[in-house]
Design a protein around this ligand. Structure first.
Ligand SMILES: Nc1nc2c(c(=O)[nH]1)N[C@H]1C(S)=C(S)[C@@H](COP(=O)(O)OP(=O)(O)OC[C@H]3O[C@@H](n4cnc5c(=O)[nH]c(N)nc54)[C@H](O)[C@@H]3O)O[C@H]1N2
Ligand SMILES: Nc1nc2c(c(=O)[nH]1)N[C@H]1C(S)=C(S)[C@@H](COP(=O)(O)OP(=O)(O)OC[C@H]3O[C@@H](n4cnc5c(=O)[nH]c(N)nc54)[C@H](O)[C@@H]3O)O[C@H]1N2
Ligand SMILES: [Mo]
Length: 773
């Protein structure tokens, strides 16, 4: 319950970084105190007050001058460069409603792009993208997006290989079983603790570090296979193998070949639970192409010792081995392959479905993975139906805007890009998340109108025509539940809306009223009405699992309800292993598909019918590394969530001369005359960015890492190719699909050069609001 203590009040609340009590004094959020049940709270919650009360907040509605003066499409090439004109809320809502009606009447609903990808904030009622989708569905539909930037390739290939994506992510072997039964834990991409700070749709607690400490105590041995030694906590005393980025498929093939060579593979499991192994083995052993994928072959590609590959393969075969791969592996060109190959390797080891063995994807990628999980029912906002049926793979947005009418391949279909006139975004930051931002700037010149709801002056807001200021979660009541959590959280409003900010829900209610469907959109409920409604839906579903939730008022006062964790560990595919005929997977064969007839039938060169090593366009392969000899990784930032909280104290304290740190090996730094703390310029054919050098012996030479999320800050706003002053890696990444199968983002396949920046670096202005007229 919210309560008064002296001059301050405290209010239970939830966030993407963990649950906390909001501490409020004189109407301002002054602190956050972590949830008592959280064993390892994230320090990121300390930065929330900095962001909530910040000069970067949007104080009132704005319209870009050219759009206001010339109407839709007006001076659209000036997006990002022109001043904004303040308007009152009624004017702003009238303009948006009229424009939605115009576009719908002239071009149909599919001309509205409302995919609006992004993480928004915790909270099931005020989830901005969900509200946008519900609103646009009530309006007749929109062009939407499928998949996520996180795991597009995995979501698309795993149903072909093991029958589902959700099944793998939802039913993973839990840490309690790993601590008990695993002997060797091999992690491609490591298990970086920094990434456990955040949970999808929020997380009440953080459990990775406590589980890893228990695993270490229990004697589990860890192997970190990553270009960065920092991807594994020191207390795990892990072995470190540092392959070239994007070569994991080759490395795994080398491991697989050693298993066959030394007759260590589990033929019985392959015959009983898999299909297509023989076809794969023909490729593995070079019978189909003349090239055996042996340890020497793999070592040359990954640039590691062949003996290390052989030794690891033997170790994996002689121990109870859990194999994991981080999501980052599939966010590169041919990102489908390392996940397919990891499952194939685990199948060859024959431990899938055994306690402590097999595979699990993303153990170190995000909070809640592998956490022993009760049957928590997560109440969700009903979204309605999108009548247009128009969708794109989420990461193909620039292609869609630049090439309306063009055809493209996607998971066995030939599809056509719609022609978009209006882009509507609420709860995401495309100028953070999309690759090749200079190409996105060009794409952004095509639509006639771009509407953005944002609490802050992010680059997405700056590149919009109509900007509507949204509240943060602290300024509203909500009910929160993470996708992989054991808690439903009462999120009490802590402060009044900052400036003229409004809740996304209230903004859409105002628009729906103008457009004549307010009742359909609201169903007659206000904020608390929706919160109570979702809680009741969840409570009834919980009862079906024989869980008794308290009545709403008791929940609201207590601040949470909890689903008890199960007594026994979860083991992925245990039932399938025990009886593959009685409990088949949802693949065409009912088995693990090491060869997929379905994928083979698509005829894609860039995604054949079995796991295959395919060279990326950009990687450290010797003949490729010319003018841009360094492989750029843009990992998740430890001091924020994507672009969120970049203006907070943790992120600012970590910057070098105000810029994002780029991690570079001592050898690469020395070869370029770069010292720790220098301002440097990263560049390639696509763009250029300043950053601050952080020389780190944890980095494999040849690889640099510029974490994602520094607010895009071009020297010349609105222009392409301009120097980003702040260190956003997406001016350097390439905007190509992983393959014709998934069309996922390929952020982790990019080559760059780095040099010391000789001149006086221009001031960072990302956090200064844009000019207003
Ligand atoms: N180079 C590179 N790029 C990447 C990645 C990478 O590894 N490398 N990772 C990718 C991945 S995995 C992801 S998931 C994406 C993340 O991409 P995004 O999810 O788009 O990134 P966020 O910065 O979280 O953007 C969320 C936005 O929502 C706003 N917001 C928060 N709450 C509210 C609200 O209540 N209402 C409204 N209207 N807005 C709100 C925030 O201010 C913020 O601007 O980035 C991808 N991009
Ligand atoms: N603090 C924090 N945590 C986050 C997020 C955040 O923004 N901030 N974002 C969350 C989101 S939305 C997601 S989807 C997940 C993403 O989870 P991941 O995709 O797992 O996260 P990354 O940090 O991109 O990558 C993990 C590590 O993989 C290594 N790596 C990169 N490329 C390769 C490669 O080719 N081979 C090998 N072997 N290793 C490689 C890098 O060294 C990197 O540190 O993180 C979540 N966690
Ligand atoms: Mo993500």
């Amino acid at each position: 319950m919210s309560e008064n203590i002296g001059q301050t009040t405290r209010h239970p609340h939830g966030s993407l970084w963990g649950s906390f009590d909001a501490i409020v004094a004189d109407g301002r959020l002054v602190g956050t105190e972590p949830f008592v049940r959280d064993a390892a709270p994230s320090p990121l919650i300390e930065a929330i007050p900095d962001a909530v009360h910040s000069d970067t907040r949007i104080d009132r509605p704005y319209v870009r001058a050219g759009w206001l003066e010339d109407g839709p499409g007006g001076r659209r090439e000036k997006r990002g460069a022109e001043p904004f004109v303040a308007v009152d809320w009624d004017t702003a809502l009238d303009l948006v409603a009229r424009e939605l009606e115009r576009v719908k009447a002239a071009y149909g609903n599919a001309a509205i792009y409302g995919g609006s990808y992004g993480w928004a904030s915790m909270g099931r009622v005020h989830r901005a993208n969900a509200q946008l989708h519900r609103f646009l569905n009530s309006f007749g539909g929109f062009t939407g997006s499928v998949q996520s930037y996180s795991v597009a390739a995995a979501m698309t290939i795993l149903p072909h290989v093991v029958g589902s994506f959700g099944g793998v992510i939802g039913g993973m072997s839990s840490w309690d079983g790993i601590v008990r039964d695993t002997e060797l834990f091999v992690a491609f991409g490591g298990l970086p603790l920094r990434n456990d700070q955040v949970g999808a749709s929020g997380t009440a607690t953080h459990e990775l570090e406590p589980w890893l400490r228990r695993a270490a105590e229990a004697g589990v041995h860890f192997v970190n296979i990553s270009p960065s030694r920092d991807d594994m906590a020191d207390f795990l005393a892990a072995d470190w193998l540092a392959p070239r980025p994007n070569t994991d498929t080759a490395l795994m093939l080398g491991l697989a070949h050693t298993l066959v060579d030394e007759d260590l593979h589990d033929r019985a499991f392959l015959a009983r639970c898999c299909t297509g192994y023989d076809t794969f083995e023909d490729y593995l052993c070079g019978r189909s192409d003349g090239t055996p994928k042996d340890a020497d072959w793999a070592a040359a590609i990954a640039d590691v010792e062949p003996q290390a590959i052989r030794a690891l393969a033997r170790r994996m075969a002689s121990h109870r081995t859990m194999l994991t791969a981080s999501y980052s592996l599939q966010r590169g060109e041919h990102g489908e392959q390392p996940f397919w190959m990891a499952i194939t390797l685990a199948a060859m080891l024959g431990q899938i479905g055994l306690p402590g063995g097999g595979f699990g994807l993303g153990y170190g990628s995000i909070a809640g993975i592998g956490m022993p999980r009760g049957p928590l029912v997560v109440p969700r906002l009903p979204l309605g139906r999108n009548e247009t049926g128009s969708i794109i793979p989420v990461a193909r947005i620039a292609d869609m805007l630049l090439e309306p009418g063009a055809t493209y391949d996607f998971n066995g279909e030939q599809r056509t890009y719609p022609e978009i006139r209006l882009v509507y975004w609420a709860g995401g930051n495309p100028f953070h998340h999309h690759q090749d931002l200079n190409r996105l700037i060009e794409a952004w010149r095509w639509p006639e109108t771009i509407v953005v709801h944002e609490p802050w002056w992010t680059a997405a807001a700056r590149h919009a025509d109509i900007v509507l200021p949204a509240t943060t979660s602290l300024e509203r009541n909500d009910i929160g539940a993470g996708d992989r959590d054991n808690f439903v959280v009462a999120m009490h409003q802590a402060i009044e809306p900052v400036g003229e900010a409004r809740n996304d829900y209230d903004i859409f209610t105002g628009l729906a009223g103008r457009l004549g469907f307010a009742d359909a959109y609201t169903e007659g409920r206000d904020e608390m009405g929706w919160i109570r409604h979702l809680y009741e839906v969840g409570r009834q579903q919980a009862a079906q699992h024989e869980l008794t939730w308290p009545d709403f008022d008791a929940f609201w006062a207590q601040g949470y309800v909890e689903a008890p964790a199960p007594a026994e560990p979860t083991v992925l595919f245990q039932a399938f292993r025990d009886d593959p005929v009685g409990n088949p997977l949802k693949t065409p064969s009912g088995r693990i598909e090491i060869f997929s007839e379905t994928i083979a039938s698509f005829g894609y060169d860039d995604c054949p019918g079995r796991p295959t090593w395919l060279e990326p366009r950009e990687w450290l392969g010797a003949d490729k590394a010319g003018a841009f000899p360094l492989h750029l990784l843009s990992s998740q930032p430890k001091t924020r969530l994507h672009s969120q909280l970049d203006q907070g104290r943790l992120s600012l304290a970590d910057k070098i001369a105000g810029r994002e740190p780029v991690y570079i090996s001592p050898a690469d730094a020395e070869a370029r005359g770069i010292a720790d703390g220098d301002v440097v310029r990263l560049f390639n054919d696509r763009g250029q960015a300043l950053a601050g050098a952080r020389v780190s012996a944890a980095m494999r030479p040849g690889v640099v890492c510029l974490p994602t999320g520094a607010w895009f800050d071009p020297l010349e706003p609105g222009a392409t190719g301009s120097l980003d002053k702040h260190g956003n890696p997406n001016v350097l990444t390439q905007d190509v699909g992983t393959s014709s199968l998934a069309q996922g983002p390929s952020a982790q396949s990019a080559l760059v050069e780095v040099e010391r920046y000789a001149g006086k670096p221009p001031a960072v202005t990302a956090f200064v609001p844009p000019a207003t007229a």
